[in-house]
Design a protein around this ligand. Structure first.
Ligand code: ADP
Length: 281
């Protein structure tokens, strides 16, 4: 065996000290794309508000003057176009790749639901095809000068989220959960998966955290506050936002007007994301 150069990327021998080259799994970006930060939005299971939070994060950053984008990697449950009211929107292509349609305020979006003719048609594909589609959304789409791309990840810790974690150059992830989920092991598994893969966890968003009494305005934590506190203390994860159960939010998501969300939401999360900007400069 030749002498070790400590450069595992150019060495063919499989010695015990060989380091896995994480970059070898990365899908190549489109040559016409320019994306500064890629943030994964993950959850332990579906239906906890992950897509809504991805949309709200993009709205908050766009309002602060950045170019935001959402890559909808939740291929079998794509709900991003609906939150932005993108119905009957056509996706155009050039020789460089697909051009992501923009929302009313200019957020760039790519989702399987923009490519199929009927919103309610199920995507009945096997894991490798789903993972391949996500890679194509990165490599075959011309993302134009994006400051913050949010990747609405498939829920859970299975094969598809694993491939997505490995394929996209994530700066970090934001974990979304409801109070009941945050006390369970499901979110802990997602936290541990990110740690095993050396992916930075930027913080946690607790969704459906409390109710605001319509009469007196008091916040009622109907599920208690254990979940968030446990993650914050045991794993040292910052709490980026606590969102109420709010019919207005549900209505905005379901009627395609999430860009009208109240200014108060996602302010601290936006500051944390801006601090990534400062570090990169
Ligand atoms: P996921 O992406 O985790 O599957 P979604 O973001 O699609 O979940 O949310 C599922 C449903 O729950 C949507 O109809 C959404 O409008 C609703 N929802 C999510 N968060 C809230 C909330 N805080 N208050 C009221 N409804 C919510």
């Amino acid at each position: 065996m030749s002498e070790c150069t400590h450069d595992c990327s150019t060495c063919a021998s499989k010695c015990s000290e060989a380091k896995e080259d994480k970059s070898s799994f990365l899908a190549p970006p489109n040559s016409a794309s320019n994306v500064k930060h890629v943030i994964g939005v993950v959850s332990g299971k579906g239906g906890v508000g992950k897509s809504m939070v991805s949309s709200m994060l993009a709205v908050a950053m766009q309002r602060r003057g950045y170019q935001a984008a959402i890559l909808d990697a939740d291929i079998t449950g794509p709900s991003i176009p609906r939150s932005f009211g993108m119905k009957d929107v056509e996706v155009f292509g050039t020789e460089m790749g697909m051009i992501p349609p923009k929302t009313k305020t200019g957020i760039e979006i790519m989702s399987v639901n923009l490519l199929i003719d009927e919103e309610a048609k199920p995507v009945v594909w096997r894991g490798p095809v789903i993972a391949g589609t996500v890679k194509q959304f990165w490599s075959d789409v011309v993302w134009n000068d994006v400051d913050y791309m949010f990747v609405d990840m498939p829920p859970g810790t299975g094969d598809v989220p694993l491939t997505v974690f490995q394929s996209l150059p994530l700066d970090g992830i934001i974990i979304v959960g409801t109070p009941q989920e945050l006390v369970s092991m499901i979110v802990e598994k997602a936290v541990n998966m990110a740690k095993m893969m050396d992916i930075r966890i930027l913080g946690v968003v607790e969704n459906m955290s409390y109710l605001v009494c319509p009469d007196c305005g008091k916040k009622i934590s109907i599920y208690g506050e254990k979940g968030m506190n446990r993650l914050a203390v045991e794993y040292g994860l910052p709490v980026l936002e606590r969102l109420p159960i709010d019919a207005k939010l549900a209505n905005m998501c379901d009627s395609g007007t999430i860009e009208l969300m109240q200014d108060e939401y996602m302010q601290y999360a936006a500051e944390v994301l801006e601090s990534l900007e400062a570090k990169a400069e």
